[in-house]
Each structure stands twice: as C-alpha cells, then as structure tokens.
Design a protein around this ligand. Structure first.
Ligand code: FES
Ligand SMILES: [Fe+2]
Length: 403
C-alpha cells in the first residue's frame, strides 16, 4: 500500500480504505465522504451498484402492458411488461434526440410513443415507427435501420419476485453471483418454497423515505446490537441475546434469531412453508444481499426491502411481504396480514431516526469511520470491508490514485 493518496476531491485516501480492512477490533468504518459526497455517490453507482446485481423493484408492481420509469441514482431507466407478462428493463431514453421517454407509470397499448417527434417503440424495445423521418409524410429513409435503433436493454433477472439489474452487463450470471443467498433461501423455505410465494393484494407493502445514505440503511439492518435500545417491544420477545451474526459469503451476511413469534396460537395462523424445518419454527433469518437488498425469512412469510439510493444523503426503502399460498389471498388471514405489516412497519419506522442521526453525524469533522464492536458489529464490518474493496478494486483509472 502506498502513502495516503487523495482521491479526487473526496478526501478518501488509500489509508482510509486500508483502515477498514484491518481486524475488526482495530478497524475503522468507511470515512465520512462515502456518506455525503456526490462524487462518491456516482462512483458507487458506476462501480458498485452498476457492476453488481442491484434490486430495483418488484414484479407485482407492474401489471401486463404497464411501463414504470425509475431514477437509478440519476440515470433514467424504464421497466416494461408485455401483454404476456414478460418484464424487461431499458435505458429510458429515446434513440432519436435522447429525450427521456416515459415520465410516469402508466398502462400502454403495447407501444411507447416518444412525446417529442413520436418515434414509437414496442414494450419489448423495438423501434416500430419513425414518422416523417424522410421528410413530411415520408416515414422511412434509405439506410436507416430500425432494428439497430431500439431501446437499449439493461440486463435483468427476477428472483423471489424481485427485479434485479446489472447495469454494466458484466457481472456473473445471477444464479452464480447470488448462489449463496439462493441456497440459503432454499434451505429455509424448501425446494418448493419460492413457487409457493404470493404477494397479497393489500397490506403487503410499505414505502419510506429516509434522510440517510443508502449504506447506513444497510448497515443498520446488519446488526442487532441496537435492538434493546431502539426496538424495546421486539426485544421483549426476540431479545438481542438470541440473535447471532452470520457471514454467509462474500456478498451475503446478516442476523439470525431463534425467537421470532410466528403467532401459531392465533385463531387463524398463517400457513407455513410445508418444508420449513419444524425444529426451527421460531427462526427468523435476515440476510442482506449486497449491495442493497434486505431479506427476512420466517416460517409463514418472507419480506424483501429494497434500499433505493436517491442522493448521497437520501434513500427510499421499499418493502414487500410475501406469504405462503393462500396465506396471501384468503380473507380468513386478512387480520393476520394486517397485524404482520403493522408489526414490521413499527420496527422499520423505529430504525429511521437512528439512520438519520448517523447521517448527521457524518457531517462532523469529529468523526470519520468510527469503530466496531468485535462481537456485535461483525456483519456491519463485513459490509464495510466489501465496500472498501470495491473502492480499491475500481479506483485505478477512475480516481487518479495509486491504490
Ligand atoms: S427525441 Fe424522441 S422522437 Fe425525437
Ligand atoms: Fe433495527
């Protein structure tokens, strides 16, 4: 490692990153600019989220023939669904003069018309019409090939009803890249678990905006240390002492509890995964799939929370709960689903204040990186190390440094 090098204007140095990679009892966390600085935000977009498989939404948010624009850390992208239900993701830019194509979620007839000069695309991305391109009333022009001028597709994949994108197109195949997380999910829900998952028509989702950098929301989920202080109710039946930190793989880590309450003694208990291990009926498993997906597995439901980075200091948290088979739709479980969403909403709402106050703390010249509990911050440190590694591996040629 060379002498400390300042990376552009960010004040992140190679020694800051080396400090993150030390043994946990002497390690520092990522320095303040990683949480506050626009250049760092864009670096993370281009070299962390774009290079990995990043969660951007849920399939069920999009009916057939719907289009849904999204802001991906400043880049316009577009989710489309055909009348057959096929989902694709594109750059949301017209190939004529580069106008942002779609600016609100809407139903289509299977076609998307650019508002500027009416070039028309199918929801599968093909360029179908170029009115007046050859002069008034002439809709073709020699040498112009529509086949090469469709929408630019972004590599995408669906798992557990979650839409992932790999914006730069070079990540390993999703099944390989997320193998550890997929195996973990299968070991909990059973082979047939994924196909049994259903999204309820109501009381199954939640969106919250948080004034913090996306990584703080992830880090907060990676530790149960704060449980007795921030979630006293949850801690009363699922105490910190019954949680453990589990490192599953290079990009997956999280908490495990053995005292989740699936409310089996209620009047209409929600149906459970048929293959869930009866010995582990009270287990709750909470892995983070890096970079931005928080998962929760319980015997009778799972949830997924996507952390959408909006700006260096603002994020949107989008939660979806999935139930087992009729657990999602049978009216007999309406109350159970309502109560379940209420419970998780309470827990996630309690986390907002601490995340926002950590964000404020990152403006302070009296703090940069902090320190970790060698016992209770193991997963948080694992995530910090992964982030630092992405900076180190990608800084060459991006930042004028000798990392
Ligand atoms: S910019 Fe879209 S048709 Fe011209
Ligand atoms: Fe929490």
């Amino acid at each position: 490692m060379n002498a400390p090098v300042q990376l552009l204007n960010t004040k992140i140095t190679s020694s800051d990153l080396a400090a993150v990679d030390r043994p946990i009892d002497e390690a520092r966390g990522m320095p303040n600019p990683a949480y506050t600085d626009q250049q760092c935000f864009e670096f993370e977009r281009d070299y962390i989220l774009a290079k990995n498989w990043t969660a951007v939404g849920f399939v069920d948010q999009l009916d057939h023939d719907m289009v849904r624009p999204l802001d991906f850390m400043g880049l316009p992208i577009l989710l489309t669904r055909s009348k057959d239900g096929e989902l694709k993701v594109f750059h949301n830019v017209c190939s004529h003069r580069g106008m942002k194509l779609v600016d609100e979620e809407r139903k289509t007839t299977g076609l998307i018309v650019c508002p500027y000069h009416s070039w028309t695309y199918s929801v599968q991305g093909e360029l179908k019409a170029t009115p007046h391109i050859g002069g008034v009333g002439v809709h073709t022009v020699q040498g112009f090939n529509c086949e090469n001028r469709g929408l630019k597709e972004i590599r995408s994949h669906i798992w557990l009803g979650i839409v992932f994108i790999n914006l730069n197109g070079n990540a390993p195949a999703f099944d390989e890249d997320a193998k550890v997380a997929m195996e973990r999910a299968k070991s909990l829900m059973g082979e047939a678990g994924e196909t049994a998952l259903r999204a309820p028509a109501s009381n199954g989702s939640l969106i919250m905006e948080v004034e913090c950098n996306w990584k703080l929301a992830v880090e907060n989920y990676l530790e149960a240390y704060h449980l007795p202080f921030i979630h006293p109710d949850l801690n009363s039946y699922s105490p910190l002492s019954e949680h453990s930190c589990e490192i599953h793989g290079e990009k997956t880590a999280g908490q495990l509890t053995t005292t989740f309450d699936p409310k089996l003694d209620s009047e209409n208990p929600l149906p459970m995964f048929p293959q869930w291990d009866p010995e582990r009926i009270r287990n709750g498993d909470y892995p983070v799939v890096y970079p931005n997906l928080l998962l929760g597995f319980q015997a009778n439901h799972i949830f997924a929370m996507i952390i959408h980075p909006l700006t260096p200091t603002r994020s949107r948290e989008e939660l979806a709960i999935f139930y087992v088979g009729k657990g999602a739709s049978d009216p007999v479980f309406d109350e159970a689903r309502k109560a379940n969403l209420k419970d998780w909403s309470a827990v996630f709402s309690e986390d907002i204040g601490p995340c926002e106050r950590m964000q404020i703390g990152r403006q302070s010249p009296g703090y940069s990186g902090g320190s970790f509990s060698p016992k209770l911050d193991v997963c948080s440190h694992h995530f910090h190390k992964w982030i630092a590694r992405q900076y180190i591996d990608n800084a060459s040629g991006v930042f004028d440094s000798e990392l």
